[in-house]
Design a protein around this ligand. Structure first.
Ligand code: ZN
Length: 316
């Protein structure tokens, strides 16, 4: 009959433990023989397995084998929530030794209308500028790259989670028809319509970025800390839930509060804080503070000239 494997059994249940102790004490070679027998028994499969052993919980393995715990943490993580948390740059720009020039950044409102938007989009294409979103900028930072010199970010402000006026759709359609993305700054109140999120999800899938423009479009500098939390973190959660993808960009209402320490701290879940003036370069650690300018209303070539003059071609 094959020897039974003693490993894992209670020591007191094993016959070798008491009666043969003196033999081993007198004859160390017997230890070696016994060890070989035990190892052979343990290596052999059990003759008649009573039942399949239960899987060892990975938490237990992690404590037994500390070097595996990092891997096992993945298995222990709870399932992903419906909303995918947006990535933060794995290293700060300071650690990478990067200071980036802010790309040409333009702020539009619905009054700009579809016709001007079409002119603007044509002018962007004619100059060979690369339209991108802040989320695209983040993807570049993750690779250790600043935005390209010919980059331009066009954002459209004041959409909401209940109803959007026709001009928004016209502007978006003008850009979409030319395969250019926009950043859509959504006032994300928690009273929402499901149908509108379907539209936002479609735009997001098409490369448009859905950014937070706060919950109620209030002047940040006039708000208490508690209200700032509602505006900044509340709108973040509304977008996470509605879009299934958390925002990376907070577009400040009226451009107010850029660099305010309270806003930086409460808005730390965002990678980018966008104002109206300032922010022509960014570095250090997120949230990064970037500026924008409004367009010229008559001449979209002039709008691009204004952008070149403000942000510099190639920056610093
Ligand atoms: Zn606004």
């Amino acid at each position: 009959m094959a020897a039974a494997c003693p490993i894992g059994r209670r020591a007191t249940a094993h016959p070798m433990t008491h009666r043969r102790t003196s033999l081993f004490r007198k004859n160390p070679a017997a230890w070696a023989v016994a060890l070989v027998i035990v190892l052979a028994a343990c290596a052999a499969p059990p003759a008649v397995p009573a039942a399949l052993p239960a899987a060892v919980p990975s938490a237990v393995l992690a404590t037994l084998i500390p070097e595996f715990s990092a891997t096992l943490d993945l298995a222990l993580s709870p399932p992903l929530p419906v909303a995918t948390p947006s990535p933060q740059p794995t290293l700060t720009l300071a650690e990478r030794g990067l200071t980036c020039a802010t790309p040409r950044s333009l702020m539009l409102h619905s009054a700009f209308g579809g016709e001007r938007a079409a002119d603007l989009a044509d002018a962007i294409l004619a100059r060979g500028y690369e339209a991108m979103t802040y989320r695209d900028v983040l993807a570049g930072l993750e690779r250790g790259e600043c935005p390209p010199e010919n980059a331009i970010i066009v954002s459209l402000d004041d959409l909401n989670t209940r109803w959007n006026r026709q001009e928004f759709y016209d502007i978006i359609a003008a850009f979409q028809a030319r395969d250019l993305p926009l950043v859509l700054a959504v006032v994300a109140h928690d009273v929402t319509r499901d149908a509108i999120w379907e539209t936002y999800r479609e735009w997001s899938a098409a490369g448009f970025e859905i950014a937070s423009h706060s919950a109620n479009h209030l002047q940040f500098s006039a708000l208490s800390e508690e209200s700032l939390v509602d505006e900044i973190q509340g709108s973040y959660r509304v977008i996470c839930r509605g879009l299934g993808l958390c925002p990376v960009t907070l577009i400040l209402p009226f451009g107010d509060g850029l660099g305010d320490p309270r806003v930086l701290e409460i808005g730390a879940d965002y990678v980018f804080h966008i104002g109206i003036s300032g922010g022509q370069a960014f570095g250090g650690q997120p949230p990064f503070q970037l500026g924008r300018i409004p367009p010229d209303n008559d001449d979209q070539d002039l709008t691009l000239d204004l952008l070149d003059g403000t942000f510099g071609v190639g920056g610093n």
